[in-house]
Design a protein around this ligand. Structure first.
Ligand code: ADP
Ligand code: MG
Length: 337
């Protein structure tokens, strides 16, 4: 008899969880992105001990019926793509159908969901449904993840301090709030509110909630267009700068991405105006046909491949540079010492 065995689903879920669920903020990311994909206009996140003891996400989106509520924890279960072509035209944040299976595999989880017609409440332990009962009829979904990594002690050990883990979730929520100014977000940690946006669609109000009113007021808008891409956003004048590149947020079709070449292009737009090792606060929205983007690079989908970079990069550099220069022609008020 040969030695090769097909893994059972429980084992393969645990392995997949290693890629998708790195730390509490990965859980927050997957749950909030699901809430966004479900068309929510309000998303609240409650963390206890930076999410190590509990992560709760409450949305007012489409909700699920009983059948979907049970199916959503199966690996590769998704309502977002069904055929190969869909993979090249992704308009949702999720599509891999892996997140809930992975999260459930390494935690104790409670799901309360309703599509407005019926409601169901499920409890899972390590991915297995241990209880099912009727739930309230409030349309939307509430997922509570407790004791994350309780059954993967090695991963638990690798986690950093509460402060570091919380920092990751705050950073993530800030970016999601910037990406979706039309959604009202709330982030609460141990009972204290850390971020709240009003969902009225005003990017500058979100910037103010995150970077403070003073900075937000001084950010200037920009907008540019090429054959395949539209870009827009806000950027600080060189007088406001930061020691970290983390204040530059790049969104491609609503997805926050880390793209080092685009980051460098933004910095290049400032030419020599920025002091060395200083970076601007920038929020850059890039919109183009999903066909031009490949998000299927890594399970966390933070990296992205873009077609026609040779068109996009000069567009970004010129648009931001012109916006900044336009404002710098206005004589700057000199602060008297
Ligand atoms: P994916 O997002 O890649 O489809 P997930 O494992 O994250 O995979 O979710 C599986 C499915 O569960 C989704 O496709 C969606 O149909 C459903 N789902 C998950 N979260 C929600 C939610 N908050 N509201 C409504 N449906 C949800
Ligand atoms: Mg998802």
């Amino acid at each position: 008899m040969g030695k090769i065995r097909l893994m059972d689903e429980w084992l393969s879920n645990k392995i997949a969880a290693g890629e998708v669920v790195e730390r509490p903020s990965s859980v927050v990311k997957e749950l909030v992105e699901n809430a966004i994909d479900a068309g929510s206009t309000s998303i609240e996140v409650f963390l206890e001990e930076a999410g190590l003891s509990s992560i709760q996400v409450i949305d007012n989106g489409s909700g699920m019926d009983e059948e979907d509520a049970q199916l959503c924890f199966a690996r590769h279960a998704t309502s977002k793509i069904s055929k190969e072509q869909d993979l090249f035209r992704i308009r949702t944040l999720g599509f891999r159908g892996e997140a809930l299976a992975s999260i459930a595999a390494v935690s104790k989880l409670r799901l309360v969901t309703s599509d407005g017609e019926s409601g169901v409440e499920l409890e899972l332990e390590g991915g297995t449904i241990v209880s099912k009962k009727p739930g309230p009829l409030r349309r939307g979904t509430e997922i509570t993840v407790s004791q994350l990594f309780y059954n993967t002690p090695a991963r638990l050990k690798y986690l950093k301090t509460i402060q570091t883990e919380l920092g990751h979730s705050i950073d993530l929520m800030n970016r999601l709030a910037l990406a979706y100014p039309n959604i009202a977000f709330k982030l609460v940690h141990n009972g204290g509110t850390l971020l709240q946006t009003n969902g009225r669609g005003n990017v500058q109000q979100v910037l103010a909630a995150i970077y403070g009113m003073q900075n937000a007021k001084k950010m200037i808008p920009f907008r540019g267009e090429s054959k395949d891409y539209i870009i827009h956003g806000y950027a600080t004048l060189p007088e406001i700068s930061r020691a970290s590149k983390n204040y530059m947020s790049i969104f491609v079709n609503g997805r926050w991405v880390k793209h080092y070449i685009i980051q460098k292009t933004i910095v290049d737009a400032y030419h020599t105006f920025l002091p060395i090792e200083r970076y601007p606060i920038v929020v850059l929205y890039i919109e183009g046909d999903p066909y031009l983007t490949d998000v299927n690079v890594h399970p966390a989908k933070l990296q992205i491949r873009l077609s026609k970079e040779e068109e996009l990069l000069p567009l970004i550099e010129n648009t931001i540079r012109n916006a900044i220069r336009g404002h710098m022609n206005v004589p700057l008020v000199q602060k008297k010492e």
